[in-house]
Design a protein around this ligand. Structure first.
Ligand code: ADP
Ligand code: MG
Length: 693
């Protein structure tokens, strides 16, 4: 299994090099884990005249009769007419055109394999697989392996890979060791590892392939869950935290006398979860998820009252100065009839005020400090900091930092609020169910935002919508993508948009603000504040406004080039409106022709306002790597399982992993030898990503 890949007959130094570089196959064992990504039933052939009746892939014998390259730049494409004895269908390529063109032979008998689709009334097959007419032995249920251009260049196409893997399997006999105990195999109806590996590479039927896949997915997800649970246990053992046993007068008085509405059930549940954490003696590291406006900040505030009731101070850190100010205003307002003090510390706090603030933090006069991440750099010392709330971002390293703010050596409890929902499977996988709280209910009386998708050619009607809202005394956001703040083209689009707006909505009747990344932060704040105060009716901005500004009077959000934003980002942006009582709208502007995938994203946005549903859709469209960012992406090198689809296997793996740890907490039973061995390998090879805060 650990034999280097060069020793496999048929793999010379050149192929070995490419296998290592391109797909990380170093050993025989690695190659066995290079799984097919699908199978085809190569015994069935279709006729061109029938393809529109077939759902899914078709296989046709015939020949290419002509090839045509057309278009420029992004619209470049290669089309080929493919003919059999019943008709002609178009084959089409958008990528790798040069390479494909050179490999196509006109008038030679070939077979093609691919999925027909109907584009503007015409049938074609995009990026089909092309191969020589198969010899007899290749007919039947066949694995298809992922290949790359470089692999292809050295002759390692799917067929060649299949042959090599077969030859490894022929050499090995009973050398694929079983990972699980007999008991686990029986209880979970799993086939042996040996059998699974053999079947995944050469199943005779779809059912065999499915059983093999299930077993291997289960194993992969089982180790992911074990890793998670074990790391969590280690963290929990290591991390002592302040014990907060009291509810305290502050909480009770506020709750009974000053809270103007009832908490939602979700808010109550989450508060209970937090209260339980604060009481355990372990350090709390909790992620609080909830859609924009679901009442997270209020829950965070109540948690801070709990800390205060136990004679601790609390801090809340916001990602921007504007947000810090908003939190400060919000909290000061909540506290106005209570005998508690809140302070604010940001990058622009004057030195004199800063010194006074330092003084009152160390002597305990200030109960709650609101800050930006500037707070992280400031040499503040608290008398007794017990809880830090972090609003979005800056997840990492805060606990370590916050430890230095206290005279005591324990890190304060950490509560992270995020409005970017992580789908259930991912949350479970990455944080486990120990420390994620979800507010999945909006306060009553919210009117859902109406979302509309408009194409560029309908821009005029959008101007009408803007005018209408402004007539009603409302305000409007117009957001441009500036994915890279340095991109000249994006920047020009923004400025052009601003110019055309100021022409359509001229002074003195209308006032338009603009905020973008190339402005100084004082300028940005100045413009923002004009909009917040209602001095301007339209805010033209880049995504800098994405995080949390609150202008309840804004009722229309227009997102330009919406096709360039991801679903989660669109949802975040949309959340800027719908905060007042009035009906709110979100308009997604896109080019007239957008890709199918973009179309799907727009449809999802129009269909639902539910952040979790959107996050699930996002996961399906983009895959988990993008959702979590680079911090955790190494973990997602899953070979066979797919977190966006295999929910049930995730659930099952988690249950089995938990059960095993109850039966054998230190994983020392002989029947678990292989599990212990493999888990140690995993734990040693990856940095500790599981901790947040
Ligand atoms: P989030 O931080 O999740 O975006 P906030 O805590 O800022 O949400 O709450 C949004 C608004 O809803 C605030 O004005 C808040 O006072 C109000 N709110 C929070 N919880 C409730 C509730 N249970 N009932 C009514 N209004 C609520
Ligand atoms: Mg908020």
């Amino acid at each position: 299994m650990i034999t280097p890949i060069e020793f496999l007959k048929g793999v010379g130094p050149q192929k070995a090099e490419v296998l290592k570089k391109e797909v990380s196959v170093f050993t025989f064992g690695d190659f066995l884990e290079y799984y097919p990504f699908r199978y085809v039933d190569r015994s069935v052939f279709h006729k061109v005249k029938d393809i529109y009746e077939v759902k899914g892939n078709v296989q046709i014998k015939g020949r290419i009769i002509s090839i045509l390259e057309s278009g420029k730049g992004r619209n470049k494409r290669l089309t080929a007419k493919f003919q059999d004895d019943t008709g002609i269908v178009e084959l089409i390529w958008f990528k790798g055109i040069r390479w494909i063109k050179s490999s196509l032979d006109v008038n030679k008998e070939i077979q093609i394999f691919g999925r027909p689709s109907n584009y503007k009334g015409r049938w074609n097959i995009a990026h089909p697989e092309i191969s020589k007419i198969s010899s007899n032995q290749e007919i039947g249920y066949q694995p298809v392996y992922p290949s790359t251009e470089k692999l292809n260049d050295v002759g390692l196409n799917s067929k060649a890979i299949q042959k090599l893997i077969k030859s490894i399997l022929n050499q090995l006999n009973g050398q694929i060791e079983e990972t699980f105990s007999d008991e686990m195999l029986i209880e979970n109806k799993l086939i042996s590892k040996e059998k699974a590996i053999r079947l995944i590479h050469s199943p005779k039927t779809e059912i065999e392939a499915k059983r093999a896949k299930f077993r291997l997915k289960f194993e992969e997800l089982f180790f992911l869950q074990m890793e998670l649970l074990v790391r969590k246990k280690i963290t929990l053992q290591k991390s002592k935290g302040y014990v907060m046993t009291e509810v305290g007068d502050e909480f009770n008085i506020f709750y009974e006398n000053h809270l103007k509405f009832d908490l939602t059930n979700a808010q109550k549940r989450v508060l209970k979860e937090i209260r339980k954490d604060l009481n355990t003696g372990h350090h709390m590291n909790r992620l609080l998820q909830g859609d924009v406006g679901s009442g997270k900040t209020l829950v965070a505030f109540l948690s801070m009252l709990l800390a205060i009731g136990n004679n601790y101070q609390a801090a809340i850190i916001a990602p921007t100065e504007i947000l810090a100010n908003q939190h400060y205003v919000y909290i000061s307002d909540l506290l106005k009839s209570m005998n508690l003090r809140v302070g604010i510390l940001t990058g622009s706090t004057k030195k004199k005020d800063r010194l006074i603030l330092h003084e009152s933090l160390i002597n305990g006069e200030i109960n709650i400090l609101v800050g930006t991440h500037a707070l992280l750099e400031d040499p503040v010392k608290f008398q007794n900091l017990g809880l830090v709330v972090i609003d979005e971002q800056h997840r990492f390293g805060v606990a370590q930092r916050a430890r230095m703010w206290t005279k005591n050596n324990l890190a304060p409890h950490i509560l992270i609020m995020t409005a970017t929902p992580i789908p259930r499977t991912l949350a479970m996988t990455f944080y486990g169910d120990l420390n994620v709280s979800v507010i999945d209910e909006l306060p009553p009386g919210r009117k859902p935002i109406k979302t509309i998708h408009k194409y560029e050619s309908n821009r005029l009607s959008v101007f009408g919508l803007i005018r209408n809202e402004i007539e009603k005394g409302r305000q409007v956001y117009i957001v441009y993508p500036l994915i890279k703040e340095s991109s000249k083209l994006d920047f020009n689009n923004l400025i052009d948009g601003y110019d055309s707006l100021t022409r359509t909505f001229p002074m003195p009747k209308y006032h338009v603000s603009i905020v973008h990344g190339q402005m100084k932060s004082e300028e940005k704040d100045f413009e923002m504040n004009r909009f917040i105060k209602g001095e301007t009716q339209i805010m033209v901005a880049t995504t800098v406004i994405e995080v949390g500004v609150n202008v309840p009077n804004a009722s229309l959000m227009i997102i330009e080039s919406a096709e360039r934003f991801g679903l989660s980002q669109l949802h975040q942006l949309r959340g800027r409106v719908g905060r007042g009582a009035e009906k709110s709208y979100c308009v997604l502007m896109t080019g007239d022709e957008i890709s199918n995938e973009s179309e799907k994203r727009m449809k999802t946005m129009v269909r639902t306002n539910d952040g979790f549903e959107i996050a699930e859709a996002d996961l399906k469209l983009r895959g988990p790597g993008d959702l979590l960012g680079t911090q955790q992406s190494g973990l997602l090198d899953l070979k066979i399982a797919d977190l966006s689809k295999d929910y049930q296997v995730v659930d099952m793996a988690r249950t089995v992993a938990k059960k095993l740890l109850i039966k054998d907490p230190s994983i020392e039973l002989e029947e678990h030898n292989m599990i212990r061995y493999r888990l140690k390998e995993i734990l040693d090879s990856r940095p500790d990503w599981g901790r947040i805060g």
